[in-house]
Design a binder for this molecule. Structure first.
Ligand code: 2PG
Ligand code: MG
Length: 428
């Protein structure tokens, strides 16, 4: 079944910023769409998100050039292509762009087309997207990593650390992870309100804190876990995204809220001390994407008991992941479609991560849409983990809810192993 038409439009993401919607139509009239997300704490090695930069329109953020590239360059080259040949479609997009970071056509252009083609192909086959992407092999429901408190670039630097998240390691089912999260999210909200610390919601739906230090959130989290009736470390573990590239000036790490700067060695010691002091199961981007030495030292010391995730470090790029595996920089990889710009390359990144015995975490961006593509991607690849931000706001909930629908479709083929997953990497 061949592609008949590809069209693109400017729509708006969860921050109200312009983004790309693509619609693909097949010869038989079947269609598929793809909506492109957008990050705020973006890594310097990510594929390029093309924005117009015209200060007179949408503060420079419109995406009309990317849309033009889809209409004028990508569409004419892909019309007539068999839609189920995902690899060739994505190869064609890479070749058409011709750069190593999608900077000519824009990763927002290539990704929108790649996602829309995948969805049109699934629709043509009459199967769910996860079944199409996973060739019928995807059955593992993800353990969720859910933000309770937001900070960093997502909350105007109310605190320096970007995400305080929880993982329901004791949950017996996917549904139970949501129930446990619900209980803790609302307990945390109550605590914040009663202490006069809540000023609203951060970009990903977590509570926007008014804290006086970067460690105060740990207390609130631990109290919320207790108040909700769970045991920290057993039922619920803490997870952090430090997003440390944003804290590093090339020489030292700054925690402005605490008024302290740390050399890489000192910052590594601080991260290790947090892992010793709090029930942390997972930590993402504890160091800048150039500070390999700290990554290696940290992973060597705590990698046997803590999941160490590279986000800005790897940017879903197989060359960077390969380097990370060879140099033992981490033991897990954050996976974001728009960091690399096609669905096939994203799946290759997941496969490379898994074949090294590492864990992938499929992730949303802080600027999200109503597209639940990543819920399908997580199940399709048996990735085992999904990170979407918090437990509020529909651009987040649509992903958690989509996994519930996938669970119903899978029926008794669905599998959930919860915290057991970490046995694959944590040996201590
Ligand atoms: C991250 C993401 C999602 P952003 O750092 O992991 O939380 O943020 O999309 O802003 O890069
Ligand atoms: Mg991150």
């Amino acid at each position: 079944m061949n592609i008949k038409k590809i069209d693109a439009f400017q729509i708006y993401d969860s921050r109200g910023f312009p983004t790309v919607e693509v619609e693909v139509t097949l010869d038989n009239g079947v269609t598929g769409y793809g909506l492109v997300p957008s990050g705020a704490s973006t890594g310097q090695f990510e594929a390029l998100e093309l924005r117009d930069g015209d200060k007179n329109r949408f503060r420079g953020k419109s995406v009309f050039k990317a849309i033009d590239n889809i209409r004028k360059e990508i569409a004419p080259s892909l019309i007539g292509f068999p839609v189920t040949d995902m690899k060739s479609i994505d190869m064609k997009l890479i070749e058409l762009d011709g750069t190593n970071n999608k900077s000519r056509l824009g990763a927002n252009a290539t990704l929108g087309v790649s996602m829309a083609c995948a969805r049109a192909a699934a629709n043509f086959r009459g199967v769910s997207l996860f079944e199409y992407l996973g060739k019928g092999q995807g059955h593992l429901l993800p353990l969720n990593e859910i933000q309770i408190l937001g900070g960093g670039a997502h909350a105007n630097w109310a605190i320096d650390i970007q995400d305080f998240l929880i993982i329901a390691v004791g949950a017996k089912s996917y549904q139970e992870t949501l129930e446990m999260t619900f209980n803790i999210y609302h307990a945390a909200g109550e605590i914040m309100r009663s202490r006069g610390k809540s000023v609203g919601l951060a970009d990903e739906g977590g509570w926007w804190p008014d804290f006086s230090s970067n460690e105060e959130p740990f207390e609130v989290l631990l109290e919320a876990i207790r108040m909700a009736g769970y045991e920290a470390g057993k039922d619920i573990a803490i997870s952090l995204d430090i997003a440390a590239s944003d804290l590093f000036d090339g020489r030292v790490y700054h925690l402005k809220k605490d008024g302290v700067s740390y050399t890489p060695k000192e910052f590594c010691e601080l991260m290790i001390s947090w892992c010793n002091k709090y029930p942390i199961i997972s930590i993402e981007d504890p160091f800048a994407d150039t500070d390999y030495e700290s990554w290696r030292a940290f992973t060597e010391q705590v990698g046997g008991r803590v999941q160490v995730i590279g986000d800005d470090l790897f940017t879903t790029n197989i060359d960077r992941i390969k380097n990370g595996i060879e140099n033992r920089l981490a033991n897990a990889v954050l996976i974001k479609l728009n960091q690399i710009g096609t669905v096939s390359e994203t799946i290759s990144a997941i496969e490379m991560t898994q074949s090294a015995g590492w864990l992938p975490v499929v992730s949303a961006r802080s600027g999200e849409t109503e597209d639940a593509f990543i819920a399908h991607l997580a199940v399709a690849t048996n990735a085992g983990q999904l990170k979407v931000g918090s437990f509020s706001r529909s651009e987040r909930m649509v992903k958690w809810n989509e996994v519930l629908r996938i669970e119903r479709i899978l029926g008794n083929r669905a599998n959930f192993i919860g915290g057991e997953l970490y046995r694959r990497i944590l040996t201590d």
